[in-house]
Ligand binder design. Structure first.
Ligand SMILES: Nc1ncnc2c1ncn2[C@@H]1O[C@H](COP(=O)(O)OP(=O)(O)OP(=O)(O)O)[C@@H](O)[C@H]1O
Ligand SMILES: [Mg+2]
Length: 360
C-alpha cells in the first residue's frame, strides 16, 4: 500500500508466542492518526508485548502489524517512524543527561548543527521538568528522574508515534499528575499518536481518547474512557476499571425480574436471558440513609467501617443476606450530620438502571 493510511497502527489477528508461552492471542486493534490510546490491564496480560511488536523489538508469531498502512513484518526498529519509552528506561549510563537526550538527534541525517541539538535537548528536558540537570550522570539521578530522562529522549525526536511503557510508574502522585497533563498537552500540540501502557486505571481513563482493556493476552474491550467505566463489557472490566460490588443473582423466567441472592427483586433491564447471573454495582451509584424513620430503600445493612479519603468517604456496609458492600459518598453533597457512623443501621438506595448484569 502506498497511500497514507488514516490509521497509524493496525494489528490484524496478531498472536505472539515465546516458546510454549502465548503472550497475546488474536489481537485486532486500530489506532487512528493522532489518537491517544491506552493499553490497560493487569501484570502479565501482554501490554509490553504489544508495544514491542509496534516498535519492532518483537515479531508476531501470527498475523500482521501495520504502521501507516504498511506491513511491518521483518522491518527493524530503526526503520519505523516510532519511538519507544521502555518500561526499564535503558539509558546510557556512561553519558550525562543531555547526552542521553541528544543521542537520537546526533544520528539524524542530514546532520543537525550542534547548537540546535543542544537547544532541542534542553527544551525536551524543560518539558519533563529537568532543566538544570543537563550535566548530571545517569547514576546520580533518582529512579523518577531517570524515567523523565527516558521520556525526554523519546520526545526530542518528535516521532509520529510515541510508545510509552509505564512512563510515569516511578513518580510520586503529584509529579505524576503534572506529567500526565504535560504529556497530554504535548500530544495535542504535536499531533503525535500516543500508545500508553499502564496498569493504572485512573491514568488510562484520565489521559486517553480510547482505552483498550486487556486480560490474559486478549483485548476484552476497546472504547472511550467513559464507556469503559459506564458500560463495562464483562465482569473483568467492571472489576478492573474502578471499584464494583458483585452480587449473585438470577434473571427469572419472565426475563423481567432480577432476583438477588437475598431474595430482593429488581426490575431487570431488557434483553436478559433467564438464568444465573452476576450483578455489578458501582459504590458511587448507591445512596445511604439512616434506617430509622425511613421506609423503602432497596437493601438494608449495618455500617462496619468508614474511611475518609479527603473529598469522599468510603463505607463498608454489611448488607443483610448479601455480605460486604462498598459505598462511596461525595462529601460535598452530604451534610456533616448525614454522615453515618460504624454500627448504625442504614438503607441503601440505587437506580436499578445502574446495575450491570453479566450472565454466568
Ligand atoms: N521474552 C519472553 N519469554 C518468555 N515469556 C515472555 C517473554 N516476554 C514476556 N513473556 C510472557 O508473556 C506474557 C506477557 O508479558 P508482557 O511483558 O507483555 O506483560 P505486561 O502486560 O507488560 O505485564 P507488566 O504489567 O507486568 O509489565 C507474560 O506471561 C510473560 O511472562
Ligand atoms: Mg509490561
Amino acid at each position: 500500500m502506498t497511500a497514507a493510511s488514516a490509521n497509524d497502527i493496525e494489528f490484524r489477528s496478531v498472536t505472539k508466542r515465546y516458546g510454549s508461552v502465548t503472550a497475546v492471542t488474536d489481537i485486532n486493534l486500530t489506532v487512528p492518526k493522532g489518537a491517544f490510546v491506552a493499553l490497560l490491564g493487569p501484570s502479565g496480560c501482554g501490554k509490553t508485548t504489544c508495544l514491542r511488536m509496534i516498535g519492532g523489538f518483537e515479531q508476531p508469531s501470527e498475523g500482521t502489524v501495520l504502521i501507516d498502512g504498511r506491513e511491518m513484518n521483518g522491518v527493524p526498529p530503526y526503520r519505523r517512524a516510532v519511538n519507544m519509552v521502555f518500561q526499564h528506561y535503558a539509558l546510557f549510563p556512561h553519558f550525562d543527561v543531555e547526552q542521553n537526550v541528544a543521542y537520537g538527534l546526533k544520528q539524524a541525517r542530514p546532520k543537525l548543527a550542534s547548537s540546535e541539538i543542544s537547544a532541542r535537548a534542553r527544551q525536551a528536558l524543560e518539558m519533563v521538568r529537568l532543566g538544570g540537570f543537563e550535566k548530571r550522570r545517569i547514576h546520580e539521578m533518582s529512579g523518577g528522574q531517570q524515567q523523565r530522562v527516558a521520556l525526554a529522549r523519546a520526545i526530542v525526536n518528535k516521532p509520529s508515534v510515541l510508545l510509552l511503557d509505564e512512563p510515569l510508574a516511578a513518580l510520586d502522585k503529584k509529579l505524576r499528575t503534572a506529567m500526565q497533563i504535560e504529556l497530554q498537552t504535548l500530544q495535542r500540540e504535536l499531533g503525535i499518536t500516543f500508545v500508553l501502557v499502564t496498569h493504572d486505571q485512573e491514568e488510562a481513563l484520565s489521559m486517553s481518547d480510547m482505552v483498550c482493556v486487556m486480560n490474559a493476552g486478549r483485548i476484552v474491550q476497546m472504547a472511550k474512557p467513559q464507556d469503559v467505566y459506564d458500560k463495562p463489557a464483562d465482569l473483568f472490566v467492571a472489576d478492573f476499571v474502578g471499584k464494583t460490588n458483585r452480587i449473585m443473582a438470577t434473571v427469572e423466567a419472565d426475563g423481567a425480574t432480577l432476583r438477588l441472592s437475598n431474595g430482593t427483586a429488581l426490575p431487570a433491564g431488557s434483553g436478559l436471558k433467564p438464568g444465573v447471573a452476576t450483578v455489578a454495582l458501582r459504590p458511587e451509584a448507591i445512596e445511604l440513609a439512616r434506617q430509622a424513620g425511613r421506609d423503602g430503600g432497596v437493601l438494608a445493612g449495618t455500617v462496619t467501617h468508614r474511611i475518609f479519603l479527603g473529598s469522599t468517604a468510603e463505607y463498608q456496609i454489611s448488607v443483610d443476606g448479601l455480605g460486604d458492600f462498598l459505598v462511596t459518598a461525595d462529601r460535598r453533597s452530604v451534610q456533616e450530620s448525614d454522615l453515618v457512623e460504624p454500627g448504625e443501621r442504614v438503607v441503601l438506595t440505587f437506580d436499578p438502571g445502574k446495575v450491570h448484569v453479566f450472565p454466568a
